[in-house]
Design a protein around this ligand. Structure first.
Ligand SMILES: [Zn+2]
Length: 341
């Protein structure tokens, strides 16, 4: 089921790692758990030693040991004004693409109420609110609050999406028309609890839209430990399309067919993964452009900077790889929505 390189025998230094006997998502026992080659991402080594273990029963992998909050904390994004004009134009195009996927599912009539979970710098929430939605963003990093466009109807809650925060924000059961999770479900400590809470807060017919990295993508298989979206230990859970679909079913959703193409994550993911493979550094381009982190050029800083500067030459290869992934139906993202019955 996985490309060569993803499944690996334990290394001797794995003895120190608690691999977790049972799957925390479905409860399958130790016999169903297979260690993967994915380990702590090269740019996050200071957060400790982690690896990924795949549950062959529910087809979802998880980071072990379970990352504590400090290991899951993500640096805030730089503002859009810090991006280059081409980067900003691309970002805005991709955000429009996200809105175009979600907005038609929310229906017309009265102003839809939507919660965006892990909304980061609020680019999606702001754009969705501009289409006539009331949007509440649950985002643990308070530094992102300054990006929320309150005048457009975006409310920023500086907290993780959980029972306490939703209750404090006045979000009651059955009250929401939509919940969106753009690459955030993989970050939460308990994905099943998050999905169950989302199910409760949605009205009948309400929509949960989820997009996460696809562990079974061509990108993950080719990139292996250099895959840009493994992001361990920021990522707690590593979904496959089948695994995400099953998780939504188990929490009471009726699911729609998965989307097979997402230009934003496909092309960028290949671009960054190819850079990772060529430079031996991990996510240098992303960290510098999106997080404003100048450090972390890896073991060969001048080589990393030189290759990254020539990065646009890789674009044709990233496009070719993206098309290949679509052709073999192994997209970068597990992206689908569930409807609350
Ligand atoms: Zn499982």
């Amino acid at each position: 089921m996985f490309l060569p390189g993803m499944v690996s025998p334990p290394r001797t230094d794995d003895a120190a790692l608690d691999t977790g006997a049972r799957c925390t998502l479905c409860g399958a026992d130790a016999d169903a758990q297979v260690p993967l080659s994915l380990r702590t991402s090269g740019d996050l080594l200071d957060l400790g030693a982690y690896r990924a273990v795949l549950c062959t029963h529910c087809r979802v992998a998880r980071t072990v040991p379970a990352p504590r909050a400090v290991a899951r904390t993500i640096a805030p994004d730089v503002g859009e004004d810090a991006l280059r004009p081409t980067q900003r134009a691309l970002l805005q195009r991709f955000i429009r693409q996200r809105v175009a996927r979600v907005r038609p599912l929310l229906g017309g009539g009265r102003r839809p109420r939507v919660a965006d979970i892990g909304g980061g710098a609020c680019a999606f929430a702001n754009a969705l609110a501009a289409t006539g939605c009331e949007v509440v963003v649950f985002e643990p990093n308070p530094a992102n609050a300054r990006f929320a466009d309150a005048s457009a109807g975006v409310r920023f809650v500086a907290a993780p999406f959980d029972e306490r925060a939703t209750a404090a924000a006045g979000v009651a059961d059955g009250m929401l028309d939509g919940i969106t999770m753009w690459h955030s479900l993989e970050h939460v400590p308990d994905a099943m609890a998050t999905l169950a809470l989302a199910r409760r807060l949605l009205r009948p017919g309400g929509v949960l839209y989820v997009c996460v990295p696809n562990l079974q993508s061509l990108q993950a298989g080719v990139g292996g430990t250099r895959w840009c979206y493994a992001d361990i230990p920021h990522h707690v859970t590593h979904f496959t399309i089948a695994g995400l679909d099953a998780a939504l079913h188990r929490t009471g959703f009726v699911t729609a067919a998965p989307r097979r193409w997402n230009a934003e994550y496909e092309i960028f993911g290949w671009y960054q993964t190819l850079l990772n493979v060529l430079t031996g550094s991990h996510n240098f381009f992303y960290n510098r452009a999106k997080k404003g982190r100048a450090a972390n050029a890896g073991p060969h800083p001048s080589w990393t900077r030189a290759v990254t500067a020539c990065g646009p030459l890789l674009l044709p290869f990233a496009l070719l790889a993206s098309w290949s992934a679509a052709a073999v139906a192994k997209p970068a993202c597990a992206e689908l929505h569930g409807i609350a019955p």
